[in-house]
Design a protein around this ligand. Structure first.
Ligand SMILES: [Ca+2]
Ligand SMILES: [Ca+2]
Length: 474
């Protein structure tokens, strides 16, 4: 055998062993850790998403700058429980029937699938959580190795929690960060990040603010002088071209009319900005703790808000709608060895992608029920080709598909809306009635779920009232 042949054979063996080692699954102990940060009701009013020009979120912006900031990321549902249930279980609302806050997943097809945290637990991870990850499901705490429900009470009873206009609650409080629930959630997570672990960990940190009530310490309100506050742009008569399904969601005769007649719109905007600034301070504290962690170099960070929030845009308040403001929320990933700092990805993704992405990054098999694909290739190359729009569902058979250019909404009664996000980012002009867009709407509607299961059983007062009504009717 010539030395040339021997070299070829040796090279072949080396390549063969490299391939074999690449195909071998990663030993459990070597898998990366996950820091999973969920923020309640944080919309695009952060510096790096530009939703409000006065937002002050330097720490959140700095976290985004560590990796990839998805600028077109959307919730699977614009309500706490359906959004979180879909993200965590891998089943969209249209497959689970979890459309509202009072539907518990235990009575739905969700009970038959493995949620994200349990999947990591079953694959050798230590899974721990503090604060709000699911929505009011204390009976599911057993799915974690440890769940920290909270060490500090929610802020200061009697310190202004009922202040505000109608159901929109805002007021500075004369308290300090240490009195806030989120402060203690972050403290717990810092402790976890800084202790030795013999297994890889999945640590979930669920912050409550900027969810209402916007009662945060006064120093955060002081960042936003009231007379400087800029209001969202609203077009008079904007809802005239919105079909009944959308008008019903907007319910402009409720919150918005009350807010206008109160003359306190600026105060409410200030309240949300202040609550966002408080959240930002908590993220700053968490990341300072993270930077001291011995696990830092082998820990993936994913940061998400559970849905958007309207503060008057389209004469609407809160979430509960299928427009941009209610559905867009932050999503960042920091993945050691994969993401590059200061990266921005403008591809459309929804939060269903978080489950399969974390599985792929940690080399776990994604369970077959999960209704989404991983975005790993966008983490490696944020400009990579991508043909998937984001899909959001709100209630039975109401859906929105968001591509880079368009938003197409169809309500249960067939009413629809089409917006050209390039020409009309505030979604003022509904193009759905114009035949020249028929082909675009047809193409986008192919992404709507083929099956829509009815709402699952609800709990509590509402459920009893509904049962009574049904009984009386039948
Ligand atoms: Ca929420
Ligand atoms: Ca309009």
């Amino acid at each position: 055998m010539t030395s040339f042949c021997r070299r070829i054979i040796t090279l072949g063996l080396v390549i063969g062993s490299v391939l074999a080692s690449a195909a071998k699954p990663m030993p459990a102990a070597e898998r990366p850790n996950v820091l999973f940060i969920a923020v309640d009701d944080l919309n695009d009013w952060i510096g790096v998403l530009g939703g409000h020009p006065q937002a002050k979120t330097p720490n959140i912006d700095a976290l985004a700058a560590r990796g990839v900031n998805f600028t077109r990321a959307y919730c699977a549902s614009p309500v706490c429980n359906p959004s979180r249930t879909a993200l965590m279980t891998g089943l969209r609302s249209s497959s689970s029937g979890v459309y509202g806050n009072d539907v518990q997943r235990i009575g739905t097809p969700c009970k038959d699938v493995v949620p994200l945290n349990s999947h990591f637990k079953a694959n050798g991870y230590y899974v721990a959580a503090a604060g709000k990850i699911y929505h009011g499901e204390s009976d599911q705490w057993g799915e974690w190795d440890h769940y920290e429900p909270g060490r500090g009470g929610e802020l200061p009873p009697g310190k202004g929690e009922n202040e505000g206009v109608g159901g929109i609650r805002f007021a500075p409080v004369d308290g300090v960060d240490e009195e806030m629930h989120d402060y203690h959630t972050v403290e717990y997570c810092i402790e976890q990040l800084n202790k030795p672990h013999d297994k890889p960990f999945f640590l979930a940190c669920g912050l409550l603010k900027p969810h209402m009530a916007w009662n945060v310490p006064r120093n955060y309100y002081d960042l936003f002088p009231l007379d400087s506050i800029e209001l969202p742009k609203v077009l008079e008569g904007d809802l005239d071209d919105v079909p009944p399904g959308g008008k019903k969601m907007a319910n402009s005769s409720g919150d918005h009319t009350t807010m206008l007649s109160s003359g306190r719109w600026k105060e409410a905007v200030r309240g949300y900005l202040a609550a966002g600034a408080f959240c930002d301070a908590m993220i700053g504290k968490l990341m300072a703790g993270f930077d001291k962690s011995p696990h830092r170099a082998n820990t993936i960070i994913v940061f998400w808000g559970d849905h958007g929030w309207h503060l008057g845009e389209k004469q609407h308040w809160r979430k509960f709608a299928l427009w941009e403001e209610a559905t867009r929320a932050p999503l960042f990933y920091v993945v050691p060895g994969l993401t590059k700092p200061n990266s921005t990805c403008a591809r459309t993704v929804d939060f269903m992608s978080i489950y399969p992405t974390l599985c792929e990054l940690c080399e776990l098999t994604t369970p077959s029920h999960v209704e989404a694909v991983s975005v790993k290739k966008l983490l490696a190359d944020p400009q990579a080709a991508w043909d998937r729009p984001a899909l959001t569902t709100h209630g039975f058979q109401n859906h929105a598909v968001r591509s880079e250019r368009w938003r197409y909404i169809r309500y249960a009664d067939g009413g629809d809306e089409l917006y050209d996000e390039q020409a009309d980012p505030l979604e003022w002009k509904n193009l759905a009635g114009d035949p020249q867009y028929a082909a675009i709407m047809k193409e986008l509607s192919a992404w709507f779920p083929k099956e829509n299961v009815p709402q699952g059983p609800t709990s509590g007062k509402k459920a009893n009232a509904a049962k009574k009504k049904q009984k009386n009717a039948s």
